[in-house]
Design a binder for this molecule. Structure first.
Ligand code: PLP
Length: 407
């Protein structure tokens, strides 16, 4: 049974006071809080299992290697990858996309080739492609979205040409909350023999993501957004692509043999993991995934939907309120502005009431340009948030409106 009060006991930080008021943490899209079991796992790793992985014949190195490789298999089951060789550990979503832009790009993209992204991408799924444009003159094509914040699938289907080589889209928008129809996006791309990268940074914490069911070619996500440690994330890639792609970085681990004349590369997944991995955090991430799955992603999605529906209903009654993102299939993110109140003022004043929200462009400036605004206030929910916290948010927003004379 889902019991939010019981769950909150696993997150000591939620008992914090800020400015003498109980913390209401609604910045979960930026990063999630960590349950005790994850923090304890990290401590246990440093205290009892710390030795460099893969290289040692000694007991402790074998032990650390077993734990680290066990975490890789845990990531495989989390997203239902066909093989743990298709799981590459990275520093997070950003590094995973940079890896694909660089290595897939170097291997498969020529001057004049096209990559399709959407107008609701995070900067980390725009800038790596622009950086790659310094190496090859690739063209970025953009799927627009409608007034509800849903991708225009008709336009999408028209964007394909013979030069289209990759589609790279977010599963869930970090600003609008839109859950994009990635299965359909992939189906259409595959009908043109074009692979698809899915940015799962905002979906993996909230929905069950199954790469084989989606038939995704790449899926990327960040540990710190799925209740795991910072500094670790995942790139899933189908073997057929990863095997052909050139390595991203050079160094230890990723080689089979090195001489000054010639280096041969290691097999998957190590070919893409140069240097010592963050083997303590990978184990912490596996613990986070165990924790999330012990609650159940179905239960999480259902409860967060209730939080979102309740908050949306309340917000719609506030005069001057504009909610950005009204997609039919939406994750628990509320981006908003109240007429006459700058998002930054709203965020600062809510903070003084103990309510942590994010303000600004949320690393999605092109999306803001599409909306014709500079930024929003964003409240993003997790399964540890409560209806009472939604009430506090609503009361806080109304209070700020009162201060600004918006009635
Ligand atoms: N993609 C999306 C949709 C995001 O929301 C974020 C972070 O907010 C990122 C990518 C980047 O994630 P990270 O900073 O963990 O690499």
């Amino acid at each position: 049974m889902f019991d939010v009060n019981q769950i909150r006991k696993d997150f000591p930080i939620l008992d914090s006071q800020v400015y003498g008021k109980p913390l209401v943490y609604l910045d979960n899209s930026a990063t999630t809080q960590k349950p005790l079991c994850v923090v304890e796992k990290l401590t246990d790793g440093y205290l009892h299992h710390n030795a460099n992985v893969h290289r040692g014949v000694h007991f402790l190195s074998q032990d650390a290697t077993d734990l680290h490789e066990g975490s890789r298999r845990r990531m495989q089951t989390f997203i239902n990858a066909a093989s743990s060789d298709e799981i590459i550990f990275t520093r997070g979503t950003t590094e995973s996309i940079n890896l694909v832009a660089s290595s897939f790009g170097e291997t498969f993209l020529q001057d004049g080739d096209e990559v399709i992204v959407s107008a609701m991408e995070h900067h980390s799924n725009i800038v790596p492609w622009q950086l790659f444009q310094q190496r090859r003159k690739i063209v970025l094509k953009v799927i627009p979205f409608n007034d509800l914040g849903e991708l225009d699938m008709d336009v999408y289907a028209q964007l394909f040409t013979e030069r289209t080589k990759l589609v790279s889209v977010t599963h869930v928008s970090n600003v609008l909350g839109t859950v994009n129809p990635v299965k359909e996006i992939i189906r259409i791309a595959h009908s043109h023999q074009v692979p698809v990268l899915v940015d799962g940074a905002q979906s993996t914490p909230h929905l069950k993501v199954d790469v084989q069911d989606l038939d995704a070619d790449f899926l990327v996500f960040s540990g710190h957004k799925v209740y795991g440690p910072t500094g670790v994330g995942v790139l899933y890639g189908k073997r057929q692509w990863l095997e052909q792609m050139v390595p991203y970085q050079g160094g230890g681990e990723m080689i089979q043999s090195v001489s000054f004349e010639k280096t041969t590369f290691n097999e998957l997944p190590y070919k893409f993991e140069a240097g010592t991995p963050d083997f303590i955090s990978t184990v912490g991430l596996a613990t986070a995934i165990d924790y999330v799955e012990s609650i159940g992603l179905g239960e999480i999605a259902q409860y967060e939907q209730q939080l979102l529906d309740y908050a949306t209903e309340q917000f719609q009654q506030i005069p001057g309120m504009r909610i950005f993102g009204q997609a039919h299939h939406k994750s628990a993110v509320l981006s908003f502005l109240v007429d006459g109140i700058h998002h930054y003022d709203m965020g600062l004043l809510l903070d003084k009431m103990g309510i942590a929200v994010r303000t600004g462009h949320h690393c999605a400036q092109p999306l803001m340009q599409s909306l014709g605004i500079e930024g929003t206030v964003r409240a993003s929910f997790s399964f540890y948030n409560t209806m009472e916290e939604v009430d506090k948010l609503v009361a806080g927003v109304k209070r700020v409106c009162g201060m600004f004379g918006v009635k």
